[in-house]
Design a protein around this ligand. Structure first.
Ligand code: PRP
Ligand code: MN
Ligand code: MG
Length: 186
């Protein structure tokens, strides 16, 4: 088992902090989607834990589906080119779509997904993200709901990954710079 203290320099959001954000967002979304039947679309893979916790704080009749998109570039920096790996299977025409994300960084992924659902004839397309990193934004896309803003630091856990690892840490921490450096040199 990895020793978490060797990887993380600090805890940014505890399990309680995350739970509070889910409760607050769930209440807001319950109000805003009252009388509607939204399709909750989780963005694989980062959004999985947030989606399951948030959905259980929403007292709304809804459908649940997943989309998988990947952005490819030179490894560390996103190129802005996003490709659809797996689409939703629900018919989204005329539906209220709520995209669920763990984090919005440059905005490339979210902009692509929003445009995708609009082109499929969705009635409305909004996004709820657990974390928002506005300092990194390149695309002008609105994050309609979010739990917290974060600084430009490397965060992992609760779905957020480091080379597809550490998603299952049950809270959110900041990766040590020397760990990032060590992997970058591999
Ligand atoms: C991460 C994150 C968001 C996206 C945000 O996903 O989960 O989906 O990047 O970055 P952006 O705003 O710059 O587009 P990633 O592509 O790493 O896939 P993952 O969810 O499987 O980790
Ligand atoms: Mn993602
Ligand atoms: Mg990732």
């Amino acid at each position: 088992r990895d020793n978490i203290e060797d990887i993380l320099e600090s805890t940014l959001f505890s399990r309680d902090d995350i739970h509070e954000m889910c409760v607050r967002l769930g209440k807001q979304l319950t109000e805003d989607y009252a009388g509607k039947e939204p399709v909750l679309v989780g963005a694989l893979t980062g959004a999985i834990f947030f989606m399951t916790d948030l959905a259980r704080e929403m007292d709304v009749r809804c459908k649940m589906d997943f989309i998988d998109v990947s952005s490819y570039g030179n490894g560390t920096e996103s190129s802005g080119k996003v490709k659809l790996v797996k689409d939703v299977t629900t018919d989204v025409k005329g539906k209220d779509i709520l995209i669920i994300e763990d984090i919005v960084d440059t905005g490339h992924t979210l902009k692509f997904m929003k445009e995708h659902f609009i082109s499929l004839g969705a009635k409305s397309v909004k996004c709820v993200a657990l974390l928002n990193k506005p300092s990194r934004r390149v695309d002008n896309v609105s994050v309609d709901y979010y739990g917290s803003e974060v600084e430009n630091q490397f965060v992992v856990g609760y779905g957020l990954d480091f080379y597809n690892m550490f998603r299952n840490i049950p809270y959110i921490g900041v990766v040590k710079p020397e760990v990032i450096q060590a992997y970058a040199n591999k």
